[in-house]
Write a protein that binds this ligand. Sequence first.
Ligand code: SF4
Length: 454
Amino acid sequence: MNDYDVERMTEVLRRDGFERTEVVEEADMIVVNTCSIREKAENKAASAAGRYQKLKERNPNLLVAIGGCVAQQEGEALLKRIPSADLTFGPDQIPNLAAHYEKLRPQVQTESWPQTSPKANRYRLRLAQTEVIDVEDYQFLDADPRPSDVSVTALVTIQKGCDNFCAYCIVPRTRGREVSRPADQVVREVARFVELGAREVTLIGQNVNAYHAIGMPDGEDFAELLRLVDSVPGLLRLRFTTSHPHYFTHKVADAFRDLRTLQPWLHLPVQAGSTKVLAAMAREYSREAYLDKIAYLRTVCPDISLSTDIIVGYPGETASDFEQTMQLLSEVEYDSIYSFAYSRRPGTPAVELPDDVSAEEKSRRLTALQSLQKQITAKRLARLVGRTEQILIEGRSRANPSQICGRTGGNHTVNIEVPDGVDVDALIGTLVPVSITAAKVHTLVGTLGNDSLG
Ligand code: SF4
């Protein structure tokens, strides 16, 4: 979601005459996008913004803007905490970014003292723009990429905000109530990306399964949206994220079997393997209900790859609760997981709960979980060795530019040796058969099949 926001900020500013620069010293405005889901990410963004103080001393016209969820949550307080910041703005204010810049710019130019002195901080205009737009009035920004910026894969938003209130999560408070984007806009944007060269689209939202903009019975709108997007000519692959297990219906599971483009990969955050902990998290499903959904999914799409999010050390999580999470991992056999030790996030309901699992114990549980997952991932990757997989080639491999890379339908990255004389550029954006020859820790290695060499 943050990558998506950065793209829209770039486009909005470009429309108003800005150009992106890789040279930070040349910038008229630096925008720092923040995430408040984890404490570490929040601190990282705050310290990045703080580092720009020196640049401002050299360039009095430079503006520093802080966007994203931390800015939404803290607004004025963040301005106080980071003296170099001129503007804090929430996600709903992205369309107004250039207008906010204009309001601030004349003020900066007339100041004759260094902006970061205490005197300047007292007098210079600084803005906290955190107004959340009402659900009825919210307008989605259409993506407006330059053709040269469009890659093989694209993100298309279908939703903003979230109506759930998971106890540990700040998103509903920073991104507001859920709004679903009209289906015709979604389909049009997917078609536009495909026209510009994208071949894989990922539909994104905080809880895509709760999408409701078509007017069908509960839980059916998202399945219908998938069907509409699947019919976009030229689209080769479709994915979506993030799902909430409570809203994940059989109809959506069936789409993995029935749709031409929907790839066999699902990120279905479970968060914990104990029903008691799930209830404390206000997740609205039990361990059993989650496992039933996975079981059904595997009957309709046996080869599906799964990933998930796990929080360890949530308030009240006992050793036996944690053991249930470990067992769930072994039972489901995810291809990959994102795992975190619980940290209190200000503004969330969970902050009221006693943080009663010690830091040492959280760290022990996280290490145990990750080491179990390492074995499971190795097993899941090893099953692909010896198979020929259809890989959508995305470009040259970052680690080794003599190789190309792409992903399997199950979302595993494959680095591929290219024989001399093969036109790599002609392969980018195409689906090619690749023989998987080896598995590394998180990725696969392959060679081009004879069919792909022409
Ligand atoms: S569904 Fe996701 S975004 Fe919404 S409150 Fe729960 S964790 Fe946060």
